[in-house]
Design a protein around this ligand. Structure first.
Ligand code: ADP
Length: 160
């Protein structure tokens, strides 16, 4: 079975990677797909985010990383995915995620959404929190993999 895990991943965190590791055990193939979202101004380009996830998942042979634009359901159909994966951190994520799952079901009835929980220690973690800490030089080793830490340090390096 093929699963699609869509998101912004700006940048990928250990919370996302929890979900990717679980998906890798559950599905034959999991496609992590980075959305080009016209409503958000990302810190990292699509190419940078793709490289970050590829490096962080290099040990998982059934994980692929791609990018897309437009409706997630259309992309899922093009990729022959039968399942959409979304991560849940807390009950506060649930209302929005359930609304989106219902909407996607009306658009593509054969596509099912599966929610996966991250591990407890990553339940507070979001890409925005990581960027905020990195911007002010705080510790992020426990939040993102080493390659992403490096990219964040470069992005927020003080200008001479
Ligand atoms: P989006 O803009 O689509 O929400 P994100 O990159 O923020 O993109 O998140 C992608 C998916 O990963 C979403 O399902 C989100 O709920 C989930 N997610 C984000 N952070 C975590 C985390 N710390 N633990 C588990 N799931 C997470």
């Amino acid at each position: 079975m093929i699963a699609l895990y869509p998101g912004s991943f700006d940048p990928v965190t250990y919370g996302h990677l929890d979900i990717i590791e679980s998906a890798s055990r559950m599905f034959d193939r999991t496609i992590v797909s980075i959305l080009k979202n016209p409503n958000k101004t990302p810190l990292f380009s699509l190419e940078q985010r793709q490289a970050q996830i590829r490096t962080a998942t290099a040990h998982l042979p059934n994980i692929e990383v791609t990018t897309f634009w437009g409706l997630t359901v259309t992309h899922a159909r093009q990729q022959n995915a039968q399942v959409l994966i979304r991560g849940l951190r807390a009950i506060s994520d649930f209302e929005f995620e359930l609304q989106m799952a219902h909407t996607n079901k009306t658009l593509e009835p054969d596509l099912d959404t599966i929610f996966l929980a991250c591990s407890n220690q990553h339940s507070f973690l979001s890409s925005s929190v990581v960027k905020e800490i990195a911007r002010y030089g705080g510790p992020i080793d426990h939040l993102v993999p080493p390659n992403v830490k490096q990219d964040l340090e470069t992005a927020f390096a003080p200008l001479d």
